[in-house]
Design a protein around this ligand. Structure first.
Ligand code: HEC
Length: 189
């Protein structure tokens, strides 16, 4: 029968679609069915790492900040995933401690997700707690004041709008915070 597929266009198309669907199902639907932990919020059950690490739903303010992140297209330039690459775990790391890689259970409350695809700017999956509000305020006013040569555009309409600024920073401070891995200093606001 398969020999005929070569000569029969309809059979060929059906065989190709079936093959494509099988690949699609195996790589998208089957893995989360096998490993159900993917759909559950991250919870740190390792006593050695402390009791605090847990993913919680976003507050209303954080959701408003997420909307702004989406609206302003921050995700054109920033990804939110620490990949399994040494360069990523070092870049997202903190004072010599490598950051953990991103896992699906860290994103269960993200709809739509903000993984992004293009790394014009650094990955933001572990930026929560890295800087305080004052730093973010100065950075949104003019990134060049803090990072000479930065190609990030200024966002003065956010910096000068306290409600939007606080919401956006509240959202940024949640990124990557479920996993407690930084050895020291962590900015809450
Ligand atoms: C045109 C691309 C571009 C856009 C759009 C952009 N950024 Fe950036 N961003 C960068 C670059 C490049 C850097 C690295 C230099 C710097 O820190 O200014 C950066 C750095 C950052 C940092 C510091 C990261 C770190 O680990 O030091 C934060 C936080 C940040 N951006 C947030 C945002 C937010 C929030 C938005 C949307 C309001 C945004 N960016 C939009 C390019 C961009």
């Amino acid at each position: 029968m398969l020999g005929n597929a070569e000569k029969n266009a309809i059979l060929f198309v059906i065989a190709a679609v079936l093959l494509f669907l099988t690949g699609g199902l195996l790589t998208t639907l089957v893995p989360p069915l096998i490993d159900t932990s993917w759909g559950r919020p991250f919870e740190n059950d390792d006593p050695a790492k402390g009791p605090t690490g847990k993913l919680r739903p976003y507050t209303e303010q954080e959701l408003a900040g997420r909307e702004i992140y989406n609206r302003e297209g921050c995700w054109y330039c920033h990804t939110q995933q620490t990949r399994t690459l040494l360069a990523d775990t070092k870049r997202s790391g903190w004072r010599g401690v490598d950051s953990p890689i991103s896992t699906p259970d860290e994103f269960v409350y993200d709809a739509p997700h903000m993984f992004g695809t293009k790394r014009t700017g650094p990955d933001l999956s572990r930026v929560g707690g890295k800087y305080d509000s004052q730093w973010h305020l100065t950075h949104f006013r003019n990134p060049r004041d803090l990072v000479p040569g930065s190609i990030m555009p200024p966002f003065p309409w956010i910096a000068d709008n306290p409600e939007e600024f606080e919401a956006l920073v509240a959202y940024l401070q949640t990124l990557g915070r479920a996993k407690d891995w930084r050895p020291d200093q962590d900015y809450e606001d």
